[in-house]
Write a protein that binds this ligand. Structure first.
Ligand SMILES: CC(C)(COP(=O)(O)OP(=O)(O)OC[C@H]1O[C@@H](n2cnc3c(N)ncnc32)[C@H](O)[C@@H]1OP(=O)(O)O)[C@@H](O)C(=O)NCCC(=O)NCCS
Length: 148
């Protein structure tokens, strides 16, 4: 089993859209993505000027991804992890931990001092991130419907 990290960008990211759909259409998210919308979402991320993402492939097949973008903060740059997922049949085997560690290491080398992310309050991913040093912040996520 040959496992490799690949840098995600506008050219490599579309191959990971199927993985994204498979993961986030499954519990606990059950989002209901159609492939074109997922491709559009991922491509839009890749257009961010401070976009950075890593994919993981096993024998050339996309099995995991992590991506986000940098935001200037008061003294330094912080990185916002926007998406992370591991193929359902490979979850719980350490791939996510390896991918997160690889991204964090690369971000630190690039000068980022902090990483942030948002996830569900009651999903397994919350415990995964907490296990890897991510702490609850005193922030509240708010949303508003703009069309009836
Ligand atoms: C969250 C996620 C990225 C973690 O990746 P992963 O490869 O499953 O995680 P790992 O195997 O490295 O670690 C999972 C931890 O949970 C434990 N675990 C046990 N069974 C598990 C299971 N069925 N699924 C996930 N984790 C499991 C592992 O033992 C491990 O604990 P440890 O760190 O204390 O050893 C992945 O499970 C995933 O894609 N989930 C669905 C999508 C999602 O929620 N993404 C995050 C949205 S913000």
């Amino acid at each position: 089993m040959a496992t490799e990290f690949i840098l995600l960008d506008a050219s490599t990211l579309p191959a990971f859209a199927g993985l994204y759909v498979a993961v986030f259409n499954a519990p606990p998210w059950s989002d209901g993505w159609e492939a074109p919308a997922a491709v559009e979402r991922l491509n839009a991320f890749a257009g961010h000027p401070r976009f950075h993402g890593l994919g993981m492939q096993v024998d050339g097949v996309p099995v995991a991804l992590i991506l986000g973008w940098g935001e200037r903060w008061v003294q330094t740059w912080h990185f916002h992890i926007k998406e992370m997922c591991v193929a359902p049949h490979l979850q719980g085997q350490g791939l996510g931990a390896a991918l997160l560690a690889e991204l964090e290491s690369r971000l630190a080398e690039m000068g980022y001092t902090h990483a942030h992310l948002a996830t569900g309050q009651a999903v397994p991913a919350r415990h995964f991130y907490q296990h890897h040093g991510y702490r609850d912040l005193p922030l509240l996520s708010l949303g508003k419907r703009l069309q009836a």
